[in-house]
Design a protein around this ligand. Structure first.
Ligand code: ZN
Length: 223
């Protein structure tokens, strides 16, 4: 009987420890702050491959996912709770594909998660192959969105490309319109520029891009 009691006590202690580990908290100036949560949205997926690489024909959707997963790992290492709209190549609505349905499901997921911020990850395209550089968009007149986009753009210049002269821009994208909280849409580079396409397909550059997004998010959350 005594043995059973001891086992129960040990199980209870283990459960307590488990609960503590599952609730990551951030120490701020000695105070325990609540944990942050971020929704990362890898654009496109399934039948909708997005923009195509000018040299290799690579799909934007695949690079979006790769960079999103890398960004997620970095955020989680900083105790930020991350929710993804998609974690595989498929769309959210399955087949037959419907862009409208897919976007509605993303919007619902984001609003259900009610995160501190939303970041949507994309690759750009343009008819002129010399056009390049990452650029971050925010919903028109959203002060919080503008601040978030600004931090991410700064991080891209700091870590990915010091020559990048692009500035943040307003963009009436469905995904930004759909959430009242701070959000930004990141165009990580142009798949229609051969040089940038090559970089965006490299693991090392994808790591730098993911770090730029992560760093921008963290600097926004900390201010
Ligand atoms: Zn896109």
């Amino acid at each position: 009987m005594k043995k059973i009691f001891t086992v129960i006590i040990i199980i209870l202690i283990l459960l307590l420890c488990l609960t503590w580990w599952e609730t990551p908290r951030r120490e701020v100036c000695g105070e325990v702050d609540r944990s942050y949560s971020v929704v990362l949205d890898a654009g496109h997926g399934g039948t909708d491959g997005g923009a195509l690489g000018i040299t290799t024909g690579c799909k934007e959707a695949d690079i979006n996912l790769a960079i999103t997963l890398k960004t997620k790992a970095l955020l989680e290492s900083a105790q930020v709770h991350v929710v993804l709209t998609r974690d595989n190549e498929g769309s959210l609505c399955g087949e037959p594909y419907s862009k409208q349905r897919d976007m509605q499901l993303r919007a619902r997921l984001i609003n259900d998660a009610a995160p501190d911020i939303v970041v949507s990850v994309h690759m750009n395209s343009y008819p002129n192959a010399s056009v390049k550089g990452a650029q971050v968009f925010y919903y028109p007149d959203s002060e919080q969105g503008e601040a978030l986009a600004g931090k991410i753009q700064e991080s891209f210049v700091m870590h990915a490309d010091k020559e990048n002269k692009r500035v943040i821009k307003e963009g009436d994208f469905f995904l930004l319109r759909t959430y009242a909280g701070p959000s930004a849409l990141v165009e990580c580079g142009f798949l229609t520029c051969p040089e940038e396409e090559r970089l965006l397909l490299e693991q090392e550059y994808q790591d730098i891009v993911a770090y730029s997004i992560f760093d921008g998010i963290m600097r926004y959350l900390m201010t």
